[in-house]
Write a protein that binds this ligand. Structure first.
Ligand code: AMP
Ligand code: ZN
Length: 485
């Protein structure tokens, strides 16, 4: 597998620390509102990466956290906690809000066939680990206290900003230029960030913990460092997230993790580009924030959405339109119909050019996986798959595709679906399932006949004809059945 690594800005050969074992961490959702389809792009791109590594024979330990405290509006040093604000808005407790949107997130990824992470740690359940990490950083002199909280002094970390390709000075200028929100007073550098924030009001009871620095709650960045290292060790093979997290969140995760452990935090940084809608950033004010439920309510299947997202390369910006989704839904339907027809091929005789055709199936499969291993080039892998479908379709139209050829194509398609996750098997099984049902009914009728229960035998014969269009023939060598032409 060749993968682009954000920190080196190069495509590199992927090699995990342990031979066949990969550790993979992704920043999870902040559970204050329903995840939007941009968030889903991140988890779908990561899913393709995970499935590709599984296909290459790696075992994976996969962690996606749930941010249920500490993520402030505007990502800056001041501002309100997103979950707390939502609780006030919805007249619920922060816990209720977090639980509700955690379930919404899990439901979305399940419907999108995203393989379930091994661990989904909640930030609020790991405050102890965060405080331990803060203690280590404090002991080593990286922290200072101002009236609003305990801050990490970014000037003390050599290579601060390396992930973004900006040095300390440039990153400070960049953040200053982009600052729309008021910053905490007393900060030494504009890039400094809170690892612990002090409780704001005496009335604020929820989401407040005791600590030796004072009552309060953790900063957002420290959560990911603490949870990723708890479950995956001090050096991770892969850390994932959207490109929005490169200059601040992931930069700060590196600074605090490496300052605490003195080890490299992450070997490969995997970042997906943005999903835009109608050419614009998704924003509530623009009214273009879609959720998966919105897409489903418009009559599209989650699989059509999965298909449109994964068919773009993860490092390119993807502009989502309903029109494009309509086209993709049609393409997906035609693939499913192809899979159904594949299972109907019943000619045992190989047609001319059999060897040539079988070789073309092998070549398509090789090309597909070469493209996947080339920094997850799904668009080119899909071209190889579509070329195979076209080729097999042509053969089917001429009634040339034999059973063994159809099986080779079906096997290749199933293999592709190990990466694509588009439920191909279900559409093949629908046909296989029918065959199984017919077989069982034929056997049941035979048993009825033997018992001389002719009424039952006749009823089954009619059922087979009506439901499946299957005609039975009693021959000397037993029962045969075929479909009505
Ligand atoms: P958040 O809940 O904001 O922390 O986001 C969860 C994940 O979605 C992160 O990896 C973000 O980088 C990613 N993300 C947020 N918005 C978009 C978008 N429009 N396109 C792609 N990824 C996004
Ligand atoms: Zn994170």
């Amino acid at each position: 597998m060749q993968l682009y690594n954000t920190i080196s800005r190069k495509v590199e050969k992927f090699a995990p620390i342990e031979d066949r074992q990969v550790t993979m961490y992704a920043c999870g959702p902040t559970v204050y509102s329903a995840p939007h389809i941009g968030n889903m792009r991140a988890y779908l791109n990561q899913d393709v990466l995970k499935r590709s590594l599984l296909h290459d024979g790696y075992k994976i330990k996969h962690v996606v956290n749930i941010t249920d405290v500490g993520h402030l509006v505007g990502d800056a040093n001041l501002g309100e906690d997103k979950v707390k604000l939502a609780a006030e808005r919805e007249h619920k407790t922060a816990r209720q809000v977090a639980d509700f949107y955690t379930d919404a997130f899990i439901s979305d990824i399940e419907r999108l066939n995203v393989l379930k992470p091994d661990v989904m740690p909640r930030a609020t359940m790991h405050v102890k680990e965060m405080l331990d990490l803060i203690g280590t950083l404090d002991g080593d002199g990286y922290l200072y206290t101002v009236p609003t909280g305990v801050y990490f002094d970014t000037s003390k970390f050599r290579n601060y900003g390396k992930l973004s390709g900006m040095d300390f000075e440039r990153l400070n200028k960049y953040l200053k230029a982009g600052a729309r929100v008021e910053r905490a007073s007393g900060l030494r550098n504009i890039t400094d960030f809170a690892v612990w924030r002090f409780r704001k009001k005496a009335s604020d009871d929820e989401m407040v913990w005791e600590s030796k620095w004072g009552e309060g709650f953790p900063g957002w960045h420290i959560e990911c460092s603490a949870m990723s290292m708890k479950y995956l060790g001090s050096t991770l093979d892969i850390h994932c997230g959207g490109i929005d997290h490169i200059p601040i969140h992931h930069t700060n995760e590196i600074a605090q993790s490496e300052s605490a452990t003195k080890e490299k935090f992450v070997n490969y940084w995997f970042h997906n580009n943005f999903l835009t809608v109608d050419g614009k950033k998704m924003a509530k004010s623009l009214g273009n924030v879609y959720t998966l439920n919105d897409i489903v309510a418009k009559g599209f299947s989650p699989m059509a959405f999965r298909y449109i997202i994964i068919s773009a390369h993860y490092r390119t910006k993807l502009n989502f339109t309903l029109h494009a989704l309509e086209n993709v839904a049609i393409t997906l339907k035609s693939i499913y119909s192809f899979l159904g027809r594949l299972c109907e091929c019943d000619s045992a005789k190989n047609a001319p050019n059999h060897e040539e055709f079988m070789k073309s199936v092998e070549d398509a499969a090789e090309k597909f996986f070469d493209e996947i291993n080339n920094d997850l080039n799904v668009p080119s892998a899909l071209s190889a798959m579509h070329a195979l479908i076209k080729n097999a379709n042509k053969r089917m139209e001429g009634a040339w595709l034999s059973k063994s050829e159809a099986k080779a194509v079906a096997d290749a398609m199933m293999d592709f679906d190990g990466i694509l996750g588009l439920n191909f098997e279900k559409h093949m099984r629908a046909k296989k399932g029918m065959d199984d049902e017919v077989k069982e009914l034929v056997e049941e009728r035979e048993a009825a006949r033997i018992k001389k229960d002719f009424a039952r035998a006749d009823a089954i014969r009619s059922l087979l004809k009506e439901k499946f269009g299957v005609v039975l023939e009693d021959t000397k060598s037993g029962i045969r059945w075929h479909k009505e032409r």
